[in-house]
Design a protein around this ligand. Sequence first.
Ligand code: ADP
Ligand code: ADP
Length: 233
Amino acid sequence: MALIDVEELSRSYRIGSSWVKALDGVSLTIQQGEFVAVRGPSGSGKSTFMNILGCLDRPTEGKYRLDGIEVGSLHHDVLASIRNRRIGFVFQSFNLLPRASALENVELPLLYRRMWPGKRRRRALAMLEQIGLRDRASHRPAELSGGQQQRVAIARALVTEPLVLLADEPTGALDSQTGQEIMTILRALNVAGLTIVVVTHENEVAANADRIVTFRDGRVVPEGSETPGGLDL
Ligand code: ADP
Ligand code: ADP
C-alpha cells in the first residue's frame, strides 16, 4: 500500500462568478520511505497540492488516501488531528516563534498532547541533538543563522514523529551552500526512513530527491516529456 495515494484530484477556486482549476486530475502515489521533489512554474498548482497532502485543504474532486485513510470525507476536527499528528511541515520562512527558545519551539507541537513536561523536554532535546543543535537549545531564532533556524524548524516538524515531511521551498531563504546543508540533512533523515515531499524550483535541490514530479497548469507532466533544460517554454 502506498503511503500517499492521490487519484484524479482536482481543486477549483471560485473567483467571483468564474472558477479557477488549480489542480486538474492529478494522480500520484508516493511510497513509504520515498523522497519526492515537486517542481513547476509559478501558478502550476504546487502549493494547492501540498496543502491537500498536508490536510490544510480538501480536494473538490478525486481521492486522497494517506496511509490507507480516505482523507477527503473526514470531519474537520479529524482532519485537524491527522494534520497535527501525522504531518510535519517545513516552510521557506521557518515560521518559528521569535520570543521562544529553540527548545521551546521544538516542544510546541507536543504541548497539545497529554505528555509530562519532563518527557516533552527530553523528546525535544533529543530532536535538537539529532539535528546538531543541542548546544543552541536556549537561543532564540534571532540569535541563530538561517540554516540553524531551518534546522530548528525541521526538529519541530519531526518531534511528533509524522508519517511524512512536507517541505515548501525549504532552501528558498538560504544561500546555496546552506541550502545544500539542509538538503543533506533531509537526505540523511530520508535514508533513516522518513518520507519527504519537497517543493522547489532549484535543480540542485531537486537533484537530492529519488524522483521529480513536475506540475504544469494543475496537472502532472508525464515522465519523459519534460522540456530538456528547464520548464520555461
Ligand atoms: P504554485 O504553488 O505552483 O505557484 P498555486 O497552487 O499557488 O501554484 O496556484 C495554482 C492556481 O490556483 C493559480 O492559478 C492560483 O492563482 C490559483 N489559486 C491558488 N490559491 C488560490 C485561492 N486561495 N483563491 C483563488 N485562486 C487560487
Ligand atoms: P511562503 O513559502 O510563501 O512564505 P509558507 O510556506 O509560509 O509561505 O505557507 C505555505 C502555506 O502553508 C500557506 O497556505 C499557509 O497558509 C500555510 N501555513 C503557513 N504556516 C503554517 C503553519 N505554521 N501551520 C499550518 N499551515 C501553515
